[in-house]
Write a protein that binds this ligand. Structure first.
Ligand code: G6P
Length: 613
């Protein structure tokens, strides 16, 4: 969603801000703006543009037309008010002395606006950010022109989520920041300070960052940061080194991040296995959860949004088959509002790449409130979900830039398999030999993904057939159904083709009426005991004119008597086939989108990290 950057240092701020915003483009946005304080002219210049960042780059000559070495910038993804220059950030007070950019949603904006209208403030945009800016201005003037007090009052008076960066005209070499439930990090290097809503924006400049906590304030100066709690007391923070290297957030010769990230899967899957497997055994000592704790859980809830939820769908099958613990998977947005029956005997697993998804974070908090133990499977170190959870399993996907997730999904699957194996072992539903067997098989997955990636030509060629379709149905049973859900989401989000995933057994209860001559049906059939059943369902669609693509395991060549095109995945334990079957579906979605000439990495209306409800 919206992106924030900020800079104070020796360099001209404009180009640094635009460079940072460029790195945040993937998050999704529809307008952008920057504000830079010019020390010589003693004024703050603000430039905004609707649409792509390139429009702002052009308007400001790459940021060079704004003089000054201190500034803030923003990419906006419209929530309150349409995408327009007027609604774009930065927003400013009537006298121009307070300038701010903000991510999140101020829930009590209407009440605050009324208060400010009563005090004589006027409003020009439809945004809650203009209200936030003027509220800060109001408190600034009311409380002796003290920025920290103004920020404190802002925190105390607002409800909702925010990451906000503010420049006060009277404090020209300072930027003030506050956050609640919306990501923001602060980076420092020699004589410079940076702020950003996501790591890639500042990786080029520094790896040393501070995480600002909920309802805390930060004051950035040249190369220094001071933190305050909501009582305006100075607090100490630990400087953390980001291990991701800057190159990981670059395209590295690939046309799109999505393809680069698909190709990185063997490596990141291997890294994720290696971080929780020691001497051939699942080792959760770094995560901190003990065998006794795991053994005590009577049920498991797995929660996520989008692809993370689809990982949970796979995990549901694997967990119940292996660990024999009752498991449910639920969308975070549903879970958080339906008073679920959970207690201290429940393990709630929250899966999230960004660790910042608003619904997942709220679901995690709800689970904690109800007494459950929470385990987060998260990719971004120090993110809100990681910080709030009782235990964290960090996936090792590295920075994922493409909005459509691929490598993070694959690493989340691995984390779930390892959790299922561990729980199965501690509660005795598998013995040591079976654990050894499963781990040995799991370690072959990276090479098997590499093998699949070498064999993508047929999928690429088939993409032009798929591109001409307006409906695609994915069908499968068990884990295959879960993979279908992910394959269908991948296709629809980046190629804009309507697609649905169906449990193959449900076809006859509705969907089959939509099958007509030429409708594409993609069947995933990797589960031995369900193979014949799904084949029968595919035959039923074929006899009604469907074009069939099959994704199955090597050795199942008889699928070709039904399927018009088949992709074979290497053999593995049926529990782990999702890790392989998903790859051709990722590739298909990618090639269809690229064939149609779409912006693969930044699909319309979507955001990488959904930090509002
Ligand atoms: C967005 C992304 C998806 C992602 C979902 C959950 O919709 O586009 O790729 O699966 O959010 O995000 P999270 O960061 O919580 O995994």
């Amino acid at each position: 969603m919206c992106g924030i950057v900020g800079y104070i240092g020796k360099q001209q701020a404009g180009p640094v801000l635009l460079d940072g915003l460029k790195k945040l483009e993937y998050r999704g946005y529809d307008s952008a703006g920057i504000a830079v304080y010019d020390e010589f002219a003693k004024k703050t210049e603000i430039v905004k543009a609707k649409g792509r960042l390139s429009a702002l780059v052009e308007k400001t000559d790459g940021g060079k037309s704004l003089k000054g070495t201190c500034g803030i910038g923003h990419t906006r993804w419209a929530t309150h008010g349409e995408p327009s220059e007027l609604n774009a950030h930065p927003h400013f007070s009537d006298d121009g002395k307070v300038v701010a950019v903000h991510n999140g949603i101020i829930e009590n904006y209407a009440e605050l606006k009324q208060k400010l209208l009563n005090k004589g403030y006027e409003f020009y945009s439809q945004t809650d950010t203009e209200i936030a800016t003027k509220l800060i201005c109001y408190y600034y003037e009311k409380y002796g022109n003290d920025p920290v007090t103004a920020m404190e009052r802002f925190i105390l008076r607002t409800r909702g989520s925010y990451a906000i960066a503010v420049m006060f005209y009277d404090f020209p070499r300072e930027i003030y920041v506050a956050r609640k439930d919306s990501p923001m990090i602060i980076g420092v290097s020699d004589g410079e300070a940076f702020l950003a809503s996501d790591v890639p924006a500042i990786l080029k400049y520094t790896r040393n960052v501070y995480y600002i906590g909920d309802r805390e304030i930060a004051r950035l100066t040249d190369g220094g940061v001071t933190f305050y709690n909501v009582d305006r007391e100075v607090i100490q923070k630990e400087l953390v080194e980001i291990k991701w290297d800057a190159e990981a957030a670059e395209k590295g010769g690939y046309e799109h991040f999505m393809m680069k990230e698909i190709c990185e899967q063997p490596k990141v899957v291997k890294d994720t296995i290696n971080c929780a497997v020691k001497d051939g055994k699942v080792d959760f000592s770094e995560i901190g959860v003990t065998d006794e704790q795991l053994k005590a859980f009577k049920q498991v809830y797995i929660i996520g949004c989008g692809s993370a939820y689809h990982v949970g769908m796979v995990a549901l099958y694997v967990m119940e088959k292996l660990a024999r613990v009752p498991t449910r998977v639920e969308l975070a947005s549903e879970f958080r509002y339906r008073s679920p029956l959970i207690d201290e005997n429940t393990l709630v697993v929250v899966i999230s790449q960004s660790g910042e998804t608003a619904d997942s974070l709220a679901a995690l908090r709800e689970a904690k409130k109800l007494g459950a133990t929470t385990l987060a499977i998260v990719n971004v170190v120090g993110s809100s979900i990681a910080r709030d959870a009782d235990f964290v399993f960090y996936t090792k996907a590295g920075p994922e830039i493409s909005v459509a997730t691929t490598k993070a999904y694959s690493t989340q699957l691995i984390a779930c398999y390892l959790l299922a194996i561990k729980m199965a072992r501690v509660n005795g539903s598998i013995d040591e030999t079976r654990e050894n067997e499963l781990i040995a098989e799991l370690t072959t997955i990276p090479d098997k993904i590499s093998e699949l990636l070498k064999d993508e030509r047929e999928i690429q060629q088939f993409a032009n057939v798929v591109a001409a379709k307006s409906n695609v149905f994915f069908v499968g049973r068990g884990e295959d159904y879960a993979v279908c859900m992910e394959g269908s989401l991948k296709l629809k989000e980046i190629s804009y083709i309507h697609s649905e995933a169906y449990a193959a057994g449900e076809l006859k209860h509705g969907t089959i009426s939509l099958i007509e001559e030429g409708t594409l049906v993609i069947g995933v059939l990797t589960q031995d005991e369900l193979y014949e059943k799904t084949i029968s369902n595919m035959v039923e669609t074929k006899s009604r004119g469907a074009l069939i693509m099959g994704v199955t395991v090597k050795g199942r060549e008889n699928v070709e008597s039904t399927a018009d095109i088949t992709v074979y995945v290497p053999k593995t334990d049926p529990l782990f086939t999702a890790s392989l079957a998903v790859v051709p579906l990722q590739l298909l979605a990618y090639y269809v989108s690229a064939y149609k000439g779409y912006d693969v990495d930044k699909p319309r209306n979507l955001a990488k990290s959904v930090t509002v409800e």
